[in-house]
Structures are given as C-alpha cells and as structure tokens.
Design a protein around this ligand. Sequence first.
Ligand code: F0G
Length: 440
Amino acid sequence: MRDFMFAELICFEPACRARFAITEVLYSCPKCGGLLEATYSGEWPEPEQLKKLWRERRMDNAPLEQSGVWRYREMFPFLDSNDHVVTLREGNTPLLNAPVAARYAGLARVTFKHHGFNPTGSFKDNGMTCGTAQAVRLGMKRVACVSTGNTSASMAAYASAAGLQPIIFIPHGNISYGKLAQALEYGARTLQVEANFDQILALVRVLAERLGIYLLNSINPFRIEGQKSIVIEMLDQRDWRVPDWIVLPGGNLGNTSAFGKALRELKALGLIEKLPRLAVVQAEGSAPFYDFVRQPAGTGFVPVTHPETLATAIKIGDPVSWPKALLEVSTTDGVVERASEQEIADAKAQIGLAGIGCEPASAATLAGIRKLVAAGVMDKDADVVAVLTGNVLKDPDYIYKYHTGQLKDPHGESILANYGNSPTVVPNDADKIAALLMGD
Ligand code: F0G
C-alpha cells in the first residue's frame, strides 16, 4: 500500500523460512509443507504517528476508513492498490463490561470484545475482507472454504459483494441453521459433505488446486492478516492499555495465530510495551491443542479423530494452525484450557443474563475463565478481555433447548438448565395472566 513497504510470504517453519512473492497462489510452503505467513519490510511511521492516524480515520466517511479492519492497514500492507478492497464495514465491534458475567467467573470485572456485532455476525469478517481483497487482486473468479458455519457465511457475503462465486463445503447436519441460512441467502453454491471438518478440509485443498479455486480457510495467510485487526482495534479502544489476559475460543486455531502475530508486531513497532497473556479455551470433546500442550516436549501433535461438541463452531479435531498457535501461546506465556458441555452452556446463559449474548463456542471463554480463576491461574483482580466470536442468533435451536431443559450432549446425556428460562403458555385471559404475574 505504501511504496516503501515490501510484502512477501514466508514459510513459518524455523528450519525452512523459504520466501515467496506475495502474489503467488500458495497455502503452504512448496518446499517443506509448512504454514505460510505474510511478512513486511520497510519503514513504518513512528508509533505515535500511527496511533494518531488511526484515531483520525474514525472521523472519516470514506468506506475504507469506516472499516475497523482497513483503518489499520499499515499493520498488513500486502495490497498494492486499495481498489481491490471489498468492505462491508466490518470491525468497529464494541468493548462491553459485564458485571453479571464477571461475578459468575469470580473476577472483579470482565470485558467482552464482541465480534458478533460484525456484518455477518462473527469475527470471520475481519479476516474475510482481507482474503477476498487478495482473491480480487489475484484475478480469481471463484473462492471456496470448508466451514463449521461462520467462515462460510462470511465468505459467501464477501465473495458475493466482490462479484466472485462462493463455493462452500460444510459437514452435513453439523452446522446451525442460522449459519447455513446465511450462506444460502448470500448466494453460495453450497455442498453438504458426509464427512467432518478435518476430512473436508483435505478434500477442499485438492479441489481448489485442481479447479483453480481460491481457498479462503484460515490456512490462507491473508485471512490471518485481517484477523490481527481484532486485537489492534481492541487496544486502540483501550487507549493502548494492554490487558493482563486476552481469552478466546480455539477451534482451527487461526484466531490464536492472528492475535499472537498482531501482538508481537505491535510490540516490535513500539505500539505496546508488554504482551498480554493469551488463554485459549477448547471444548472438552474437541480439545487436541489442550492435550498437546500437556504432553512431554517432543511428543507429536495427536488429532482427535472424532471431535464432539454442541459448540459446533469449534468442533475441529485436527487444527491446521497448531504450530503457529503453539508459538503464540508460549511467546505470551499463555495457557490452554478446556470446558465441558455443561460449563459452556451455563456460561453462555450468564453472558445472556448480562444482556449481551453470544453463540455457544464464544461462551467457552467465560467457562474457561471461571476454571482458570478457580485454579488460581488467573488473578481475580486481573484485567481480562474475552473475545465473543459469534452472535447470539447464530444458533437459536441450542438456546431454546437449553432453556427448556431439552439440550443433550453428544452422548445423549441431558445438559441441566441451571440458568434456564422457559416460556410459559397462557390462555388469552387478562385475569389469569395478571394472577400469574402478580406471583412473580
Ligand atoms: N468461535 C466461532 C464462533 C467460530 O466460528 C470459530 C471457528 C471459532 C470460535 C474458532 O476459531 O478456528 O480460529 O480457532 N469457526 C470456523 C468456521 C472453523 O468454519 O466457521 P479458530
């Protein structure tokens, strides 16, 4: 974007570090198979100058500046022209205080950065605007992804807005109707595959190469670049006060990779002086990263072959970005926690009672915080920001079942409606309704 900024793709593997042109269509290193990341060289403006520039842009009506992603484009200068940008005014998501949720977790206070406020209702929009811009720049006509629902909803919207054809692959019967409905409405060619997320990702990688379709899963390094803006905007909103902890759910671990990369880069440029600790929370039945960090050093990564959780967004057994996530968790002195189905469901109800609400995967954050506070890992006075990754309306079926005591875990065991709120059927009779409400 700036003449003096030089962007490249670089292999993430320390033993390889091969470099490739930013315009090559690559999803992994052709030399060693490692993950790729975008890297930049050149001279950045001074930190104070950047902070001022980003603040000023908030007052600007130009679409690019109204985007809570592109406003921070100096941190991901991989494009050579802004003409390739497709924005739906993503980002600009609020920081919300939630005393009810803090009390539940045993914290003095907790702040949610709510990415359910994004155009398609999840944090995926932050990355998708960048991935789509790169697809346009490369002259691609079709884009594809496998998804547990949110990536596909987001990709469908951005691709259609850009005039590209979205093709989505989803595990049949394993995504919520809210998310499937979005993909259909945004015009995606939708293929429901009889396989799980991990199996379909392998399939889509083969098809993308064979058919020349641009892959927009988080293995795509430009998605990761965009998701960095979640942390950058969070810190900007906090006037660059670094929290003690940033907590997020972990599925394919793209977001963990993006947050860590953003934090390291912000520190290297002098925008922040210290790193917050990352806490990644997985669902108990889909927790290969949790297991991995507890194994003796030198042990290989063991995927979960049959991942299970009602938090379908994070139902992933073989997360592609684990090597990056591992670096980011260790660099930030972070932790990995896991939460049960009951813990996620109850935490979600508490986030609802705080007047905020989120989808099941996002509630893993509060469930994890509660466990970390109880274990003494997280101080009860700690300054904690949890990222709520998806909107409350993404999965209404789960909500209705929980509140009416009908929710069952993947093994058919009932989830207790500990904070249930069941609707009452009443006759069309003012006296009877008044009598009922008077008893409340
Ligand atoms: N929360 C929500 C709401 C998600 O949709 C996802 C991932 C995650 C958390 C986990 O993020 O993969 O970066 O660790 N959803 C993907 C999808 C996999 O296809 O929509 P991650």
